[in-house]
Design a protein around this ligand. Structure first.
Ligand code: PMP
Length: 435
């Protein structure tokens, strides 16, 4: 502890020495201030994972919400059931059925977005130093949670077909030999954030089998599963191994994130613990949010709305891929079949994190690949581009600007040699609209 961190903390934060150890992992990402600039209208942001809500029927929603408050306001504005509104728990299996998942309303627990569900699972299972297996790269918002619980996140290599089963089993065997406690495999099987990849049907069975043999609980985080561009869906890990999987769903991408309503489906004993942990943390999920979602599922053609979203995201993805083909032949990328993201590999020597300020100066923003590895330990050679929010013409312009920045950086490398790859420390927490 330095003098600066003495009994009275320091000038900026007099409570510095009083925080719990787990709070030291929490810090804003270095790029947060940059993103304040990036949210200016002249910047094309390919950074945020914000769903595009422009096609929602806002007038009808407003009228229905007013009617709902008049009719059910006494309950919708009151505290509710800790496990979630029973009526909504009855409706959620209809949403899951679209992916062929058979869920019992009794096994569902409603959460404040799937983000809270990740938090609850980590709280229940992770002691400091316990291992969480995850794909490399993985969702930055979950990395922030895992850091808070002082988990040791071990990332497993993935390719265009998702996580590589042999790599998963090798890592498990190595960690077991080292006497480590592996608690969870956190997996994003569909339209991965940030990698855009989808786990192949064959690998799903292998992955489930490996985790079963090693008694590792799978957390299947699936907010994008209904956003396959051709309406295609895949066998859920939950369907393959109901007792070994905590499944997480969300209304954020198929309806609207502002309600903050997600859900988990867990084996009964785990569900009971999750319910108690959630009640301890928040008493109950937002009643008015749940009533609103329930009203939407009952009174609106939500399946058609999902189809519209798919079409819109498909067009935006096409716009991004065609702009990448036009301008960025020096890079590599995957072509996603759903979701929000393209994972772009940079030419040798370029560093996505280092380049970001120059990109923002050139009025385009992205998320550096480093955000998707704990402590920014890898990912310098990748960037995540989101096509969900900007209009196709903006996407085209954004990629053109990005290609200028990359070309300029490559010229600098030619002149001065590679000067990048600065190590990054600590765990950073991005602003919510970047994740
Ligand atoms: N998981 C993944 C993979 C995500 O991309 C997100 C949001 N971007 C979440 C979980 C959290 O979503 P929410 O809390 O809005 O349901």
């Amino acid at each position: 502890m330095t003098d600066e961190h003495s009994v009275k903390g320091n000038r900026l934060d007099p409570w510095l020495d009083n925080y719990a150890t787990r709070a030291h992992g929490l810090r804003a990402s270095e790029t947060r201030s940059l993103f304040a600039v990036a949210s200016r209208p002249e910047v094309v942001s390919l950074a945020g994972g914000m769903p595009n809500l422009k096609d929602l029927p806002l007038d009808r929603l407003a009228e229905s919400t007013a009617r709902m408050i008049r009719k059910d306001g006494g309950r919708a504005l009151q505290y509710g059931n800790g496990q979630g509104l029973p009526r909504l728990r009855e409706q959620i299996p209809d949403v899951m059925a679209l992916e062929g998942i058979d869920a019992d309303p009794e096994d569902i627990i409603i959460t404040t977005g799937s983000q809270q569900a990740v938090d609850i699972v980590a709280e229940l299972f992770i002691d400091p130093g316990d291992v969480i297996l995850a794909e490399g790269p993985t969702y930055v918002g979950s990395l922030s949670i895992f850091a808070t619980y002082q988990a040791d996140v071990q990332q497993i290599e993935m390719d265009a077909d998702g996580v590589i089963p042999d790599a998963l089993e090798e890592a498990i065997l190595r960690l077991e030999r080292e006497g480590r406690r592996i608690k969870l495999f956190y997996c994003l099987p569909n339209f991965h954030n940030p990698a855009g990849a989808t786990l192949s049907e064959e690998r799903r069975r292998t992955v489930v089998d490996i985790c079963h043999r090693h008694h590792i609980l799978i957390v299947e985080d699936n907010p994008y599963g209904l956003l396959g561009f051709d309406g295609q869906t895949y066998t859920a890990l939950k369907t393959l191994a109901p007792d070994d999987v905590v499944y997480l769903g969300s209304f954020s991408k198929i309806f609207a994130p502002g309600y903050r309503v997600g859900w988990a489906v867990a084996p009964p004993a785990v569900r009971e613990k999750m319910k108690l942990a959630s009640e301890a943390a928040i008493l109950c999920p937002s009643s008015v949010g749940q009533y609103s979602i329930s009203m939407y599922l009952e009174g609106f053609d939500w399946k058609h709305q999902i189809e519209e979203f798919r079409g819109m995201y498909h067009d935006r993805c096409d716009a991004m891929i065609s702009a990448l083909n036009e301008y960025m032949s020096m890079c590599t990328w995957n072509v996603p079949s759903g979701g929000f993201y393209v994972w772009v590999g940079l030419p040798d020597g370029l560093d996505a994190k280092d380049m970001l300020p120059r990109a923002v100066t050139n009025l385009v923003a992205y998320v550096s690949g480093t955000a998707f590895y704990p402590g920014g330990s890898a990912g310098h050679d990748h960037m995540r581009l989101s096509f969900c929010y900007p209009e196709p013409v903006e996407i085209h312009e954004g990629i053109r600007r990005l290609s200028d920045v990359i070309t300029h950086d490559l010229e600098l490398i030619d002149l001065f040699g590679p000067s990048y790859s600065r190590p990054t420390e600590g765990v950073s927490t991005p602003a919510p609209d970047q994740i």
